[in-house]
Write a protein that binds this ligand. Structure first.
Ligand code: GLN
Length: 473
């Protein structure tokens, strides 16, 4: 498969975007039934976007940095007139009246959105097994999960249906599936990418970001979608960072902390990959520092109070009146109850109950307020670490892709998959997952690079060093 960078260059030079779209649709047609990646393929919209690009090029105009690049969107991003489900029955039949800012920015950059990908319902999960529309299979081994919650967007790229896709990361939902599918995934600094039109899960944690097969493509996409947006009150006011221009900056002179808590508990092959990746950075001129940040271990517990608390509030809007599904009832309360009972799956109900419990009077101080204090501690401990080093390195996930059904009976086992990714969401900083080495059954391993807010250029440049060392350039 051609990279996004190559496609955009060739389309701007006169190759047809429509031809690129046709190849993408052909792969989707061939593989989607088996893998269950796309919930909806918007052929009409995609052809319209591709034709607009071709017309622009024909007029002699520059058609954008993503000209003619097919892109898959996680189905929690609003697309005007195109079904948007969050993989939930409760949004059945709903078509948003507007585009998410990221969708408009992709279109402005010449990209061609081809459709909406499967996810864990409302982005709650780590395997796509919580989707109301069945799980997505990992294209590298269809007996295993692609990760989640953005499993469909990761699988779209891993199956070569589209060269790039967008996911959202609240607790690891871009980095974890990127690791399990052998892709680059970026969780940008909170506020760097607009959340306008991203269906809210936990608003203080949610961030949209790219999946790609290589670091340069990831930088290209992130650069195209980030930057201030007046329609998101948490959008950072600064202008968009320059990423692609710095992709070959390397790591010479950078201090890199190897964090014990971001490795401990992972499989041996994962641990070996992280150690080897750190050695590659050292050979490229970085200085390695062994570090321990004990507070990171508290992240998971704090997250599973804060995220459900915010979700319980955000999901109150699905009442049978404003969106999608409505079940009948004798009065409004009965209608609300019947709708939510029928519309939400088991995990979403679990989160709503956890969240309302944590926020309820009498328990608020003990749970929610306590979790917020842990979050403040997390922010402080990352800040201390970044006072000593330029970036941190660790594992993205404790293991390679796991088999279907192995963690569905035990929510805690599933939650533990995000133990290394969650701390960055709590602090609002940046982190990327870079495919590096393989483990069991030759499945890919993800190495995580973490940095302070707005350090994306530095992290991607370090990722590029790892990618070159792996012979992928
Ligand atoms: N797996 C985590 C959860 O279930 C994170 C999900 C996400 O990042 N959207 O909440």
């Amino acid at each position: 498969m051609k990279s996004a960078t190559e496609i955009a260059a060739s389309v701007n030079a006169g190759a047809l975007a429509v031809t690129e779209l046709e190849s993408s649709l052909a792969v989707i047609a061939q593989k989607n039934e088996e893998l269950n990646v796309f919930l909806y393929v918007d052929e009409e919209g995609a052809y319209a976007a591709a034709r607009a690009v071709d017309e622009k090029v024909a007029r002699g105009e520059f058609a954008g940095v993503l000209a003619g690049v097919p892109v898959a969107l996680k189905d929690n991003m609003c697309t005007r007139g195109v079904p948007t489900t969050c993989s939930s029955k409760i949004l059945a039949g709903w078509k948003p009246p507007y585009n998410a800012t990221v969708v408009d920015r992709l279109l402005a950059a010449g990209a061609v959105p081809v459709g909406k990908t499967n996810l864990d319902e409302f982005a709650m999960g780590s395997s796509t097994e919580n989707s109301a529309f069945g799980p997505t299979k990992n294209p590298l081994d269809p007996t295993r999960v692609p990760g989640g919650s953005s499993g469909g967007s990761a699988a779209a790229v891993a199956a070569m249906m589209t060269p790039i896709s967008l996911g959202s990361d609240t607790g690891g939902s871009i980095r974890q599936p990127a690791a399990l599918c052998g892709l680059v995934g970026v969780k940008a600094t909170y506020g760097l990418v607009s959340r306008y039109g991203l269906i809210a899960f936990a608003s203080s944690l949610d961030q949209i970001g790219p999946f790609a097969t290589n670091v340069t493509d990831a930088a290209l996409v992130l650069e195209a979608i980030c930057g201030h947006d007046a329609r998101d009150s948490t959008s950072l006011p600064e202008s968009a960072p320059s990423l692609v221009a710095h992709i070959n900056d390397g790591v010479a002179g950078q201090r890199v902390g190897i964090v014990r808590e971001l490795i401990e508990g992972s499989d041996d092959d994962v641990e070996r990959a992280v150690t080897r990746a750190a050695a590659v950075l050292r050979e490229a001129g970085a200085e390695l520092v062994e570090m321990s940040i004990p507070e990171l271990k508290l992240g998971l517990s704090a997250y599973y109070l804060i995220a459900p608390a915010e979700a319980s509030s955000n999901l109150a809007r699905y009442d049978g009146v404003r969106y999608g599904l409505r079940m009948d009832g004798v009065d409004v309360a009965a209608m609300n109850e019947a709708t939510r009972t029928a519309g939400f799956g088991a995990e979403v109900k679990r989160r709503i109950m956890l969240g309302t419990y944590a926020l309820s009077s009498g328990y608020y101080d003990e749970y929610y307020a306590q979790a917020l204090k842990v979050r403040t501690q997390m922010i402080a401990s990352f800040a201390r670490a970044y006072g000593q080093v330029d970036m941190l390195i660790g594992a993205t996930t404790p293991s390679v892709a796991f088999k279907f059904g192995t963690k569905t009976q035990d929510p805690l086992a599933m939650y533990l998959n995000d133990v290394f990714t969650i701390p960055t969401n709590l602090s609002g900083d940046a982190a990327v997952s870079i495919p590096f080495g393989t483990g069991e059954e030759n499945l890919p391993i993800g190495v995580q690079l973490l940095g302070p807010g707005r350090s994306e250029a530095r992290l991607l440049a370090a990722g590029r060093v790892l990618e070159i060392a792996e012979g992928r350039s």
